[in-house]
Design a protein around this ligand. Sequence first.
Ligand SMILES: NC(=O)c1ccc[n+]([C@@H]2O[C@H](COP(=O)([O-])OP(=O)(O)OC[C@H]3O[C@@H](n4cnc5c(N)ncnc54)[C@H](O)[C@@H]3O)[C@@H](O)[C@H]2O)c1
Length: 257
Amino acid sequence: MDHDWIKDKVIIVTGGASGIGEAIAKLTASKGAKVVIADINDEKGESTVAAIEKADGFAKYIATDVTDAAAISDLVAQARRLGQIKFLVNSAGLQTYGTVESTSEVTWDKTMNINLKSMYLVAHEVVPEILKHGGGAIVNISSVQAIRSQKNVLAYATSKAGAVALTRCMGLDYAEKGIQVNCICPGSVDTPLLRYGASQHGETEAVLKEWGSHHPIGRIGTPEEIAQVALFLMSPASAFMVGQAIVADGGLGSVIL
Ligand SMILES: NC(=O)c1ccc[n+]([C@@H]2O[C@H](COP(=O)([O-])OP(=O)(O)OC[C@H]3O[C@@H](n4cnc5c(N)ncnc54)[C@H](O)[C@@H]3O)[C@@H](O)[C@H]2O)c1
C-alpha cells in the first residue's frame, strides 16, 4: 500500500515515548509522517526521536502531561507549526490494581484522568485541527480488559471500557465529517507497562511467559503488532469502520480457560 495519505502530515502520539505509542511513532514516521510525541518521560521521548531521526524520519518530542488542558493547548499550538495535523493516537496510560475496597480515591482519579479523560482533553483540541484540514483519523488505545477482565483491576478496566464508549461516540459524531475514530483493545503486549505489571506478580520473565501461555496464540504480543493495526485504522483502507473497538489479543478475550 502506498502511504501518500500520511506523508508529511502531522500525527500526535500521546504516550509516544514508550511501548505501543513508541512503536506507532516509529511506524508512522517510517511512512513519512511528521510525528509529535507527547509524553512526560523526557529521556525516553528524546531517545525515541533520536531513533526516528537516525532512520531518516521526522519526529519532535513535546513534554506534555495529558491530564493538563493548558499543556495540551500548547502542544497543539506547537504541532500546528509543523504542518497539517490530521492524525491522533491516544496511547498514554498507566496500569493500576485494586478492588472497589482497595482502590483509593487518588488511584481512581489518577487512572481515570490519565487513561480516559486525557483522550477527551487531547481530542477536544485536536479535532478542530483535523477538521480544518479536511479530515483524518483518531486511534485510541483501550484494552481487552474493557471487554473481559482479570480480578483486581477495577479502575483500569473501567477506564478502558470508558475509552470504548468515547470512541464509539466520537466515531458517530465525526463519521460524516471525515474523521475515522476507532480504538484497539490489545491483549498483553511486551512493554514497560506490562513488565511492571508482571514484576508485581513474581519474577518478570517467568510471569510474562505464563501470561503468554494464557493467550491461545501461545505468547504475548509485540508493540509492533499493535502499531500495524493502528496504521490500518488510520488508513483509507478502514474508511468504512466507525467507532469500533478492534480486539488484537492473540485470542485472550475469546477463550474459556
Ligand atoms: N502493554 C499492554 O499489555 C497493554 C495492553 C492493553 C492496553 N494497553 C494500553 O496501551 C497504552 C500504552 O501502554 P504501554 O503498554 O505502551 O505502556 P508504556 O508504559 O510503555 O507507555 C505509556 C506511556 O504513557 C506515558 N504517560 C503516562 N502518563 C502520562 C501523562 N500523564 N502524560 C503523558 N504521557 C503519559 C508514559 O510516560 C509512557 O511513555 C496504555 O493506554 C495501556 O493501558 C497496554
